[in-house]
Design a protein around this ligand. Structure first.
Ligand SMILES: Cc1ncc(COP(=O)(O)O)c(C=O)c1O
Length: 359
């Protein structure tokens, strides 16, 4: 056996710099999990029925072309079916977007802090992440993002509203930005939390995509639609981006259960959006209560709130955990807290109030 063989297979050195994705901490049986921006409601009966009906044939591969869901989405958004590309969660589609546009030596720009998968999927493709700090008001610094563009830039993620801050970009600012980005750079408007937006100044990315060939929208069934565990998301993109996504996607990546659940969810949209409305009402209540406790709370248009805690972040997360609430801390920065069921939100508010009094 040669010396090199004994050391095992050689892995790409670029993997060394990749942080591993940190999922929201699992909650114990008696704790509320407010760490992963999940929908706290159980599946709607009709959606569950669709999944149960499909479950009997999981010895078969799913429909690789995702025909029914694609047709349903195309009709729903008024776009050509060829412009829809699905994947195992929108993070799977986001990874295909990076693999389709960027490789070693190329650059991918995104705001920071933002969705933590962006730097990971960029480095998996061998490309270089270019994080651009948020402003002091927790907003995307769109001017700085424009200034970060180089001849190497291939893709820009715009997370609207942003995870983990919840802050959303308004129409004129975003349009000015899109118009300033060179047409050969793909701009991905990640709208994972679109259904929770109530501020009418926030644009619908699908409208921005329509006449901009270098703009693509990312959506998911994981949040408002409550299908996080089934893994299905999609992009709406012009040709040839959508075609590239189909080439780089993992074959059969969206299970038949996920496809059928997504179709049933679209058909049950009215019932699902009633639940979303209740979560938005809870978001308003939680944000107002935090502000009344003295916290600085930025306006969240998503299903979570953000507290910038700096060095106190991990202590805050520990205090919440001790009170039975698992939040998502980003050490040295702040904590993101998902809007969950009323009892969980109340427990969180009590923990936040107690923490604040001890300061
Ligand atoms: C901004 C953003 N985009 C994409 C995703 C990915 O969600 P999924 O892969 O479940 O569709 C998330 C999940 O947290 C997110 O916050």
């Amino acid at each position: 056996m040669s010396g090199t063989a004994a050391q095992g297979p050689r892995l790409r050195p670029s993997l060394d710099g990749i942080p591993t994705y940190k999922p929201g901490k699992p909650a114990g049986a008696d704790a509320f999990k407010l760490s992963s921006n999940e929908n706290p409601y159980e599946p709607l009966p009709g959606v569950l029925d669709a999944v149960v009906a499909t479950a009997g044939s999981f010895n078969r591969y799913p429909d690789m072309a995702v025909t029914e869901l694609t047709a349903e989405l195309a009709q729903h958004f008024g776009v050509p079916a060829e412009h829809i590309a699905t994947g195992p969660g929108s993070v799977g589609v986001a990874q295909s977007l990076v693999l389709s546009t960027a490789g070693p030596g190329d650059e991918v720009i995104f705001a920071w802090r933002s969705f933590e998968a962006y730097p990971i999927i960029t480095q998996i493709a061998g490309a270089t992440p270019v994080p651009v700090p948020l402003t002091a008001a927790e907003e995307h610094d769109l001017d700085a993002m424009l200034a970060a563009i180089t001849p190497r830039t291939r893709l820009i993620f715009v997370c609207n509203p942003n995870n983990p801050t919840g802050v959303a970009i308004h129409g004129p600012e975003l349009e000015r930005f899109l118009d300033a980005v060179p047409g050969d750079i793909l701009v991905v408007v990640d709208e994972a939390y679109r259904e929770f937006i109530r501020d009418e100044r926030v644009p619908d990315g699908v409208e921005l995509y329509r006449d901009r060939p270098n703009v693509c929208v990312l959506r998911t069934f994981s949040k408002a639609y409550g299908l996080a565990g089934l893994r299905v998301g999609f992009a709406i993109a012009h040709e040839p981006v959508a075609t590239a996504l189909r080439k780089t996607a993992i074959p059969f990546g969206v299970s038949q259960l996920a496809q059928d659940a997504a179709v049933a969810s679209l058909r049950a949209e009215d019932a699902l959006l009633v639940r979303v409305e209740a979560l938005v009402a809870e978001r308003t209540r939680v944000a107002a209560a935090l502000a009344a406790q003295g916290w600085t709370v930025v306006d969240s248009q998503a299903n979570f709130v953000w507290l910038r805690l700096g060095e106190r972040t991990m202590d805050f997360a520990a205090a919440c955990a001790a009170a039975g609430v698992i939040v998502r801390p980003f050490a040295g920065e702040g904590a993101r807290v998902t809007i969950g069921e009323v009892a969980g939100n109340d427990l969180f508010l009590a923990a936040a109030e107690a923490f604040r009094k001890e300061l």
